[in-house]
Design a protein around this ligand. Structure first.
Ligand code: GLY
Length: 336
C-alpha cells in the first residue's frame, strides 16, 4: 500500500521555488524518484512524466494505478492515461484501455505516432498492440478478490441509478426504471476508489509537461472513463503558465476542468496554492461532498495543492523533488 512508500521528509507549507521540479499526487515516492532520475539523466520533461507514471503502473501504486486494480462490473481492469507537452500543446491519451499494462506509454504513442489526441477501448488496445505493446491479462488475485467480494455484497457500491432491479440492493442486469428521481450523489463510501498518479515536470528552462495514469473507479460500469485521460480535467500543462493535475472522483471533477482552471489562474498571476484552492472550490460549490485534490506548479518553480475536506480525508499528501529537496520529499496540505 502507498503508506509503505512514504519518504521521511515531511513539509507542511507550500513551497518553491527551484527548477527543475517534479511534483506528483499522493505519497508515491518511487514515482517521484523515477521522474527526477529521468530529468537528471538528461531526459525531457515528457520522459520524466512518463517514467513517473510508469513506475506507479508497475508498482500498482495504492491499487488504483496499473493492472490488477479497480475491476469493473464484469471483473475486468481497464486503464486511463494522459500526457501533455506544455511547449507544443501536443496531447496523447488512452481511455478504457484493455489488456495492455503500459497505459502511459500508449498515451505517449498516441501523441507521438498519430495526429489524434484520445483513443479508447478495444480500438486503443489494437493500436497499442500495433505499436508493440504486449497484450496481457490485467487481472490479478487481488482484483479477482475485489470482484468476488463485490458480487457477494449484492454489487455494492454501485454506480447505477433509476434502473430496476434497485441497484442499491441488487445486481444486474438492469433496465430503465419508472421515472427519474432527482439526482443526489451519496457521500463516497470508499475514498481510495478514485486515486490517480498525476505528475508535473518542469525543466530548468521552464519547459512544462504533465500526465496521469489510473485504473479508474472500483466497480465502474464497463466503458466508464474518468477525468484522468481528459486534457484540462486530469491534468493540464502550458509552458507559458504552469501545470496542474487532479485526483479524486473523476465522474464529478471532469465536469469542472480543474486542471485547466488552475493553470489559467496561474497564468493570471495566482500562486499555485491559490489556483489549486480555487479549482477545488469551484467543484465544491456544486458537489460539497466530492472527494478530490489538485496539485499545481508554475514556471518559476513554485508549487502547492488543495483538497476538499471530508470525514476520513483531512489532509492530502503529495511528493516534490527539486534541487532544494535533495530527493523526494513528502508535503501535506490541510483540506478545506
Ligand atoms: N480520478 C480517477 C477516476 O475517477 O477515474
Amino acid at each position: 500500500m502507498w503508506t509503505s512508500l512514504v519518504c521521511v521528509v515531511l513539509v507542511t507549507s507550500p513551497g518553491g521555488a527551484s527548477l527543475p521540479l517534479v511534483v506528483n499526487t499522493w505519497p508515491f515516492k518511487e514515482a517521484a524518484a523515477a521522474a527526477w532520475e529521468a530529468l537528471q539523466s538528461g531526459g525531457s520533461v515528457l520522459d520524466a512524466v512518463e517514467r513517473g507514471c510508469r513506475r506507479c503502473e508497475l508498482d500498482q501504486c495504492d491499487g488504483s494505478v496499473g493492472f490488477g486494480g479497480s475491476p469493473d462490473e464484469t471483473g475486468e481492469t481497464s486503464l486511463d492515461a494522459l500526457i501533455i507537452n506544455g511547449d507544443t500543446m501536443e496531447v496523447g491519451a488512452v481511455a478504457d484501455l484493455r489488456r495492455v499494462k503500459n497505459a502511459i506509454g500508449v498515451a505517449r504513442a498516441v501523441m507521438e505516432r498519430t495526429h489524434h489526441t484520445l483513443l479508447v477501448g478495444e480500438s486503443a488496445s489494437a493500436f497499442a498492440e500495433d505499436m508493440g505493446f504486449p497484450a496481457e491479462d490485467l487481472t490479478t488475485n487481488k482484483s479477482k478478490g475485489l470482484y468476488t467480494r463485490w458480487l457477494q455484497a449484492g454489487c455494492q457500491p454501485n454506480y447505477r441509478q433509476n434502473v430496476v432491479p434497485d441497484p442499491a440492493t441488487s445486481c444486474g442486469p438492469y433496465r430503465p426504471g419508472p421515472g427519474r428521481t432527482p439526482h443526489r450523489r451519496p457521500p463516497p463510501t470508499d475514498l481510495r476508489a478514485h486515486d490517480t498518479i498525476g505528475v508535473i515536470a518542469i525543466s530548468g528552462k521552464g519547459q512544462v509537461a504533465a500526465g496521469t495514469s489510473t485504473n479508474g473507479a472500483n466497480h465502474k460500469i464497463p466503458g466508464r472513463v474518468g477525468d484522468s485521460p481528459i486534457a484540462g480535467a486530469g491534468a493540464y500543462a502550458d509552458s507559458s503558465a504552469g501545470a496542474a493535475a487532479a485526483t479524486g472522483d473523476g465522474d464529478i471533477m471532469m465536469r469542472f476542468l480543474p486542471s485547466f482552471l488552475a493553470v489559467e489562474l496561474m497564468r493570471g498571476g495566482a500562486e499555485p496554492s491559490a489556483a489549486c484552492t480555487a479549482a477545488v472550490a469551484r467543484t465544491k460549490r456544486h458537489y460539497p461532498e466530492f472527494f478530490g485534490a489538485v496539485i499545481c506548479a508554475n514556471t518559476t518553480g513554485h508549487y502547492g495543492a488543495a483538497c476538499n475536506k471530508l470525514p476520513g480525508f483531512p489532509k492530502f499528501s503529495y511528493m516534490v523533488v527539486s534541487a532544494e529537496t535533495r530527493g523526494p520529499s513528502l508535503h501535506t496540505v490541510d483540506c478545506f
